[in-house]
Unconditional design. Structure first.
Length: 329
């Protein structure tokens, strides 16, 4: 079982921010493989909001950025045995997409509650899926190990190359909205928010980057309040693309140092944001993709120019229909 970070001898060690030059190199490297997504204005709740539409990526999620960068940096020799990842769905699609492009085998470990829309997409891309209980899946994220893992492991959160790829979103925001005040980013494990915050800390240090979590899986907000990682009760919900029971150990220094705080929103607020995006902006977003806008609608984000990261649009059609009817799936 081979990991690029293990080979480098820094399996669980990360810098306090991803260096800007690594993010810029990632931007050039992945340009042929990803979409430079638009920043679209939406006036809502009396605020000037801009939507960064990562749901428009070929796999419907920002995860293609980090997966592409990590795969392109992997030693071709180490890829002979394939690649694998642990993901609830979107990173799985990103790695599977790249594996198909590069002609290597891909295996994905998913938690038992992973949504059908995402797992079916992974299988269409030619990857094999292994379902495990959530606790076992979480342990893979913590230990970076799996007894059946073969080939290169790409961690969906704390892989340095993945975070550099995610940080390219921050470069694009800085180019497209130089006077942004606040960026709100859905928080799953911190790879997206800390990647974006790394870029903006270097380019626009006055811009505040906030995480947003859903009430059923929100360890960051209480951890920031306590000044140390704390565990919370994790309850699976339709907001499946973000949230966990705890902060990954290696991500805590980055999250604490780079993020201005974390907003916590309810399932109802997220569902309302999904519906608003569909009805007013004609944007299909999954729960995590709508969470940033939910924070704005809840009055948590303050004023000024606010950028909401619409991280993905991979939502089961039955769940979307229920939300459009005013229900919580």
């Amino acid at each position: 079982m081979t990991s690029r970070t293990e080979l480098a001898g820094v399996k669980h060690e990360l810098p306090l921010a991803i260096p800007l030059d690594e993010i810029r190199q990632a931007q050039r490297r992945i340009a042929p493989h990803v979409l430079r997504t638009p920043l679209v204005r939406l006036d809502v709740a009396g605020r000037e909001v801009y939507l960064k539409l990562e749901n428009l990526q070929p796999i419907g999620s920002f995860k293609l950025r980090g997966a592409s960068n990590a795969m392109l940096l992997a030693d071709p020799e180490t890829l002979r045995d394939g690649v694998w990842t642990a993901s609830a769905g979107n990173m799985a699609q990103g790695v599977a997409w790249c594996a198909r492009t590069f002609g290597v085998q891909c295996r994905v470990v998913v938690p038992d509650h992973a949504p059908a829309a995402k797992t079916e997409a992974v299988q269409r891309l030619g990857a094999s899926i292994v379902r495990v209980p959530f606790a076992d899946w979480w342990q893979i994220l913590v230990t970076h190990e799996w007894k059946d893992g073969r080939g290169v492991f790409i961690h969906p959160v704390s892989d340095r190359d993945v975070m550099a790829g995610n940080g390219t979103i921050g470069l694009e925001i800085a180019e497209d909205l130089a006077n942004a005040d606040t960026i709100i980013v859905p928080y799953g494990g911190g790879g997206l928010s800390c990647g974006i915050a790394s870029a903006l800390q270097a380019l626009k240090p006055n811009v505040k980057v906030f995480a947003v979590e859903v009430e059923t899986a929100a360890p960051l907000a209480p951890s920031l309040a306590a000044g140390k990682p704390v565990e919370v009760t994790y309850t699976p919900s339709f907001v499946d693309g973000m949230g966990s029971r705890a902060i990954l150990e290696e991500m805590w220094p980055l999250a604490q140092g780079l993020l201005a705080g974390s907003f916590v929103v309810t399932l109802r607020q997220v569902a309302d944001a999904v519906r608003l995006l569909s009805e007013r902006a004609h944007v299909v977003a999954e729960g995590a993709g709508a969470a940033a806008l939910a924070a704005v609608q809840a009055g948590l984000a303050g004023g000024g120019k606010i950028v909401c990261i619409v991280s993905g649009g991979n939502i089961d059609s039955s769940k979307l229909v229920a939300i459009l009817k005013g229900e919580i799936p």
